[in-house]
Design a protein around this ligand. Structure first.
Ligand SMILES: [Zn+2]
Length: 257
């Protein structure tokens, strides 16, 4: 396998973060984001060299540890790691350049989100956060140039952490790995809700009131729930551990390197 070695590999602390991102990828695999060997996750390099991106040719669930990443410069050059680089690296490069607040990014093709990406109507909300994520409708083709990456980052803007990509998939991010994974799970859940509503025929359907949603999911409510992301992350880790213990075939039990 083609391998470029840095004088120094990832530090012990970085290895630990990358291992956590592997766990996040495996959680995403079993929470509706698996699409064969497609889709990828990335983490900003703490030393500013670029970002660590899942290597190509394995699925999210086949990631095993920190060795399943390649270090990619913001210009696209592979700086370290074994394995191939995904062609859609500009998604992560341009998003991380445009948004210094974000550290973890992902692009996947979850089933319901991909279908909803063909719907022009902004994503509604039955029980989740009310604000619809932006939709990138520039192209449905691969985001494999810095120009396209910049257009996608621009569609996400300065505040959003999720963007639906027309006829393609979703991109989502977080200040932390945990937040990025939760955003991915949320958008797929909401798209599934909306598609279910869309196929509910003539059932009378009502939307929650905007003020009510703001009270439930606004900044004040979020501040009160400060501890919940960790508790939720721990829950998804427990589900993952049980799936691994049961031998879920989507999850590799050893490194594929
Ligand atoms: Zn894609």
């Amino acid at each position: 396998m083609d391998e470029v070695r840095l004088p120094e590999g990832p530090s012990a602390a970085l290895q630990q973060e990358l291992n956590k991102l592997v766990q996040g990828a495996r959680i995403l695999e079993i929470q509706g984001h698996g699409d064969r060997i497609f889709g990828h996750v990335a983490l900003r390099d703490p030393d500013g060299r670029g970002f660590w991106m899942k290597r190509h040719e394995i699925s999210l669930g086949e990631m095993y540890d920190h060795r399943d990443f390649v270090l990619v410069a913001f210009t696209g050059e592979k700086l370290a790691g074994a394995g191939r680089r995904h062609s859609e690296w500009p998604i992560h490069a341009e998003l991380l350049l445009a948004r210094p607040d974000l550290n973890a990014t992902a692009h996947t093709h979850p089933f319901h989100s991909v279908i909803y990406s063909a719907v022009k109507k902004p994503l509604g909300s039955v029980s989740g956060p009310g604000k619809p994520p932006p939709r990138f409708d520039g192209t449905s083709e691969y985001i494999d140039t810095p120009e396209l990456g910049r257009a996608l980052a621009q569609a996400m803007g300065k505040d959003a952490k999720i963007t639906i990509m027309r006829h393609h998939g979703v991109v989502y991010a977080g200040r932390t790995i945990e937040e990025m994974v939760m955003n991915g799970i949320d958008v797929e859940y909401r798209c599934k809700q909306m598609l279910t509503i869309g196929s509910a025929g003539d059932l009378p359907f009502e939307w929650p009131d905007a003020d009510e949603i703001a009270r439930k999911f606004g900044a004040t409510a979020n501040a009160k729930r400060a501890g919940s992301p960790t508790a939720l992350w721990n829950y998804y880790c427990r589900v993952l551990a049980r799936a691994e213990a049961q031998g879920d075939p989507r999850l590799s039990q050893e490194s594929l390197l």
